[in-house]
Design a protein around this ligand. Structure first.
Ligand code: TYD
Length: 138
């Protein structure tokens, strides 16, 4: 998988003086069915999250409040995405090493996931990630 397969997706935005509204339907606005939702919040300034890859999991990451950066690495190329609005998000395909950093105070990072939690889907060692990328590409 190439980092070029990961992209920012704009969500529908219903602008309203009473407050704006956005929505996400699985397999319609994002390319997978949603099996799990989790979120990061109360992230202390300067802290980093992530530092792992997933073998099969697809994710869609939205900054529901505040801002942060997601750095994706396919083993060859790295790309940094700055997320700071709740009407778009980042689609992350399988086999991407990801680091989340640069959290603003009060940031809330919501992640929609294509599977339930499965520790065996994680690759938490970077050298093992590179070896797995080579094996699947070779
Ligand atoms: P982890 O995915 O490593 O966090 P991050 O990538 O944001 O640094 O998850 C941290 C801990 O939370 C880990 O012990 C597993 C647990 N966890 C669940 O039990 N269910 C979940 O859906 C997630 C995402 C994590």
């Amino acid at each position: 998988m190439s980092v070029e397969n990961c992209k920012i997706i704009q969500l529908p935005k219903i602008s309203d003086p009473r407050g704006n509204l956005s929505f996400i339907e699985g397999e319609k606005h994002i390319p997978f069915d949603i099996k799990r939702v989790y979120y990061l919040y109360d992230v202390p300034g300067g802290s980093d999250r992530g530092s792992h890859a997933h073998r099969t999991l697809q994710q869609f990451i939205v900054a529901m409040s505040g801002s942060f950066d997601v750095v994706l690495d396919d083993g060859t190329e790295k790309k940094r995405f700055h997320l700071n609005r709740s009407y778009y998000g980042l689609y992350v395909c399988p086999m991407m090493w990801r680091d989340l950093d640069n959290f603003s105070s009060g940031a809330v990072c919501m992640v929609l996931a294509s599977t339930r939690y499965d520790e065996f889907d994680y690759i938490r060692d970077y050298d093992q990630f590179l070896a797995t990328v080579k094996k699947t590409e070779g």
